[in-house]
Design a protein around this ligand. Structure first.
Ligand SMILES: C=C(O[C@@H]1C=C(C(=O)O)C=C[C@H]1O)C(=O)O
Length: 241
């Protein structure tokens, strides 16, 4: 039987899931696991170079036959502490913004919030001199407090909608057997239940609270409210020009 190709995200927030996979060698035998930045993970699912991925939700719109196969996700209820707009000016005054090439969801979240919440239309540029920029993942660790203005996008989304948010969900681009999905979710759950061990294995940092991040900021349950947020977000992404 050919192995099921799984693309997970290479950031720290995915490590509990990867821990679960690595601790189940017999399950690991059935899969071909790759760790990719979110933009690549999305592209692999779109191009059918992977069967299952921790897919940035904005990319679901480009996967014709997608199936959300897990009640676990990369989400947040309020501030997430790793998805920001960093800015030299208040958001009301920015003329230009640069997006993050590694991101699919957060770039769109920034655009959705600018249009519908802040009601601003800065030009999207690629130059280093932009007034503001989107940044996600581990590269943001320790940067809070370094910029004149900082906007946590999960926090801003909650102010806008009153809802939590899901950045990435486990999805397949084709039907997958129920037995595989059941086993996969058990393995993911094992990893989440052992987050303290995951944290203990990570290199210590004194500029970022990894315990708070993995135990409280990232919220891994894909609840009904997060699914509602997902639907509202995708509707607004479709309405972007
Ligand atoms: C909260 C985060 O969620 C991520 C953000 C993503 C995106 O913007 O496309 C995709 C996957 C998630 O890993 C983060 O990595 O900081």
């Amino acid at each position: 039987m050919s192995k099921i190709r799984i693309s997970a995200v290479s950031y720290t927030n995915t490590k509990p899931f990867v821990y679960g996979l690595l601790k189940h060698p017999e399950f690991l035998e059935k899969i071909d696991l790759s760790l990719d930045i979110p933009a690549e993970c999305a592209q692999k699912l779109i191009d059918d170079k992977a069967d299952i991925g921790l897919v940035p939700v904005a990319a679901l719109l480009k996967i014709p036959d997608y199936h959300i196969i897990s009640d676990y996700c990369i989400g947040a209820v309020g501030p997430v502490n790793s998805v920001f707009i960093f800015s030299s000016k208040p958001i009301e005054d920015i003329q230009t913004i640069r997006l993050d090439k590694q991101s699919r969801t957060s770039n769109n979240l920034a655009r959705v919030l600018l249009k519908n919440y802040w009601k601003k239309h800065p030009a999207i540029v690629e130059t280093a001199e932009a007034d503001a920029f989107v940044e996600i993942g581990d590269r943001t660790f320790g940067k809070k407090g370094s910029y004149a203005y900082e906007y946590d996008l999960a926090e801003e989304w909650m102010k806008f909608t009153g809802l939590p948010f899901a950045f990435a969900v486990w999805a397949s681009n084709k039907p997958v057997s129920n037995s595989f999905v059941t086993e996969f979710n058990e393995v993911l759950k094992f990893g989440l239940n052992h987050r303290k061990e995951v944290i203990a294995e990570l290199p210590k940092r004194n500029d970022f609270d990894l315990d708070d991040y993995l135990m409280s900021r990232i919220d891994y349950d894909l609840t009904a409210e997060k699914r509602e947020a997902l639907n509202r977000f995708l509707t607004m992404v479709k309405e972007l020009d």
